[in-house]
Design a protein around this ligand. Structure first.
Ligand code: TXA
Ligand code: MG
Length: 302
């Protein structure tokens, strides 16, 4: 894969990968996704020792987080070394780095003489893929290979943590809860501005969108009443009787946020295929992975 794109499984979502040190290969990622050039990519590694070649400064709290959560759904934003091409970082002085936790992809990374850049394998603004089938549905024959590693275990993208000096800032809520990050490094700041030029440029408000309109609701019954003549798909956290719904999807009958996170994107893909007029999604408890799920639902609503 020195010059070509390969879709790779990770524990979070599938990635569209290319040789991070080859600008032409990286350019193909932006073309395939229709992704704006100002949005930087994450570099994927398999060994902590690779950090030193890619970052020119590593805060002590970054080391603690990497040791605790890698391989896993954590991306660290660090000052970049001169080895990292500008196209990866969109001209920024920092680079996003992550060690994914998937046996196939770790094996692949170990066998390659270069690190791999990979955004989620979905066209710009669309729902992220959590299975090889989702990737095939989006890109089909347009990419030479899709490595099928089964359904993603975590199902939400990595949590992104950057630093203001030594102080950690969460840029994207993801597969590791903010509470779990804080248990390692103490209180963190949240990058919450949903403006047009967020620090993590991928956090544009419209994102993760099914084509079917989606509303996030605090009161499913009332929202259903307001839209009563439509074909409606209802997405709930735990078991709920909703006879008015055309389709009902319960993400976790036993009310586990981890299970709900794992199934969220796959369920949005299914609802989007169901020929509905509207999807009504229940707002999740604002704790643990519920915060990451609410973030994705809010963006899907735009
Ligand atoms: O779980 C994940 O992180 C997946 C898998 C494939 O690893 N990847 C992923 O990549 O979600 P992507 O490109 O869809 O999202 C990366 C996010 C974007 O919001 C981007 O703006 C941000 O990371 N990012 C990357 N490099 C950055 C940097 N140097 N500074 C700030 N934000 C950065
Ligand atoms: Mg993405």
């Amino acid at each position: 894969m020195a010059n070509e794109l390969v879709a790779i499984p990770t524990e979070t979502v599938y990635g569209l990968a290319a040789n991070a040190l080859n600008e032409k290969a990286v350019q193909k990622i932006f073309e395939a996704k229709g992704r704006p050039r100002f949005n930087p990519l994450i570099v994927h590694i398999y060994d902590l020792a690779q950090l030193n070649g890619l970052a020119c400064y590593i805060p002590e709290k970054a080391v603690r987080l990497a040791k605790k959560f890698w391989p896993g759904p954590l991306t660290l934003i660090l000052p970049k070394s001169s080895k990292v091409p500008e196209i990866i970082t969109a001209g920024k002085p920092t680079v996003g780095i992550r060690m994914p936790n998937h046996p196939l992809t770790l094996e692949l990374l170990k066998g390659l003489p270069f690190p791999v850049a990979a955004p989620s394998a979905n066209p710009f603004t669309r729902v992220s893929p959590t299975s090889a089938d989702h990737v095939a549905g989006y890109f089909g024959d347009r990419i030479p290979a899709i490595l099928d590693g089964g359904p993603c275990e975590v199902g939400l993208e990595s949590t992104i943590v950057g630093f203001d000096g030594e102080a950690p800032i969460v840029y994207r809520k993801g597969g590791i809860s903010v509470e779990a990050i804080e248990a390692v490094v103490g209180k963190v700041q949240m990058e919450t501005k949903n403006n047009k030029a967020p620090i993590a440029p991928g956090m544009l408000l419209k994102h993760y969108s099914p084509r079917t309109p989606l509303i996030v609701s605090n009161n499913i019954k009332k929202t259903l009443k307001d839209h009563s003549s439509k074909k409606i798909g209802v997405l709930t956290f735990s078991a709920m009787a909703v006879p008015e719904a055309t389709v009902l999807k319960v993400l976790s009958p036993k009310a586990s946020l981890e299970e709900a996170a794992k199934r969220l994107f796959a369920t949005l893909h299914e609802l989007d295929e169901a020929g509905l007029d509207l999807i009504i999604a229940e707002r999740f408890p604002e704790e643990g992975l519920g915060r990451s799920i609410n973030d994705r639902l809010k963006r899907a609503q735009q």
